[in-house]
Design a protein. Structure first.
Ligand code: DON
Length: 307
């Protein structure tokens, strides 16, 4: 029997299509110019069945959605003690680019805000690895989550790095507080490349499904990260993944999630599925407007809200 999921996804996309509220991210020129009407959704079950509708072939930069995956890689590569010693896990309730660190320890408040993500970036891969090997490890790791080789959108990288003053300030702050011990500009460059990795909505659904499947890619069968790293990552996504919109998200949608400023959004329900949407217009928190609506509809219709 044919699955009803594709029709369901098509109908869901249609229900949000006319909503043109929000705006594309304007602080990265290449993202500001994205077609704001693009719209896609994908759903991947924990046993690897993948369904998608809409603009599924359009590739876009992963942006902040890379953060939970690189956090999982850092936990796998360096262990919990080292990573937690550098980055806290408390929801900040602040914007993604907030400039403050935890009082007393000087750690970034969590790995989902930029300060924490830049620090996380430096903890992926082997200790002392050269920055080129480290970004390779990260791209290979993201590719393993997606089940296919991913690459960097150089135009997005160039566009963001040219204006990354705030992230440079954050990296300098991390260096001054002993959270990173390398040249801050190298950390920002690597982090920006990580954010510029190109994905489709199907890649994102499969990446989320790999988290839902305890770190094993459900289509390739490859073990990507160990289960304890996944549990830690999903917990941080649940509390911090939607920044200053996290409480609203958890009550309305109710699953661990992560958004990105190019308009992607993922959610993972452990033991069940990974979901992803793509729609570039963002709300004031930097979360996709139509993506948030779609997720609310998905988790309500499919009984996925955790509570
Ligand atoms: O660091 C930045 O500002 C971007 N590369 C990523 C920000 C982002 O995606 C925030 N998420 N909504």
């Amino acid at each position: 029997m044919r699955s009803p999921i594709p029709d369901y996804l098509a109908e869901a996309l249609q229900s949000v299509e006319s909503d043109t509220t929000g705006a594309t991210a304007d602080y990265i020129p290449e993202l500001a110019d994205a077609d704001p009407d693009l719209l896609a959704a994908a759903f991947c079950t924990e046993d690897g069945r993948l369904y998608s509708q809409g603009d599924v072939d359009v590739a876009f930069s992963i942006q902040s959605i890379s953060k939970p995956f690189v956090y999982a890689l850092a936990l796998a590569d360096r262990g919990f003690d080292e990573v937690l010693g550098k980055i806290s896990v408390e929801p900040s309730g602040d914007a993604f680019n907030d400039m403050s660190l935890e009082e007393g320890t000087g750690r970034p408040r969590n790995p989902m805000i930029n300060a924490g993500a830049i620090a996380t970036h430096t903890l992926a891969g082997r200790r002392g690895a050269d920055p080129k090997d480290r970004i390779e490890r990260i791209i290979d790791g993201l590719s393993a989550f997606a089940g296919r080789p991913l690459d960097v959108d150089e135009a997005v990288y160039e566009s963001e790095i040219a204006t990354a003053y705030r992230n440079r300030a954050l990296a300098n702050m991390l260096r001054a507080n002993g959270i990173i011990d390398e040249d801050p500009l190298i950390a920002v460059s690597g982090y920006t490349r990580q954010c510029s990795v190109r994905v489709t909505v199907e890649d994102l659904a499969l990446m989320a499904a790999t988290l839902a499947n305890r770190g094993v890619n459900p289509r390739t069968g490859a073990p990507v990260v160990p289960a304890p790293a996944v549990r830690q990552t999903l917990s941080v996504m649940a509390t911090c993944g939607m920044y200053d919109g996290a409480g609203d998200w958890m009550t309305r949608v109710g699953i661990p999630a992560k958004s990105g400023v190019s308009g992607g959004l993922i959610g993972a329900l452990p033991g069940q599925a990974g979901l992803a949407t793509f729609s570039p217009r963002l709300d004031d928190h930097g979360n996709s407007v139509r993506g948030v609506d779609l997720f609310q509809r998905f988790t309500s219709d499919m009984g996925m809200h955790l509570m």
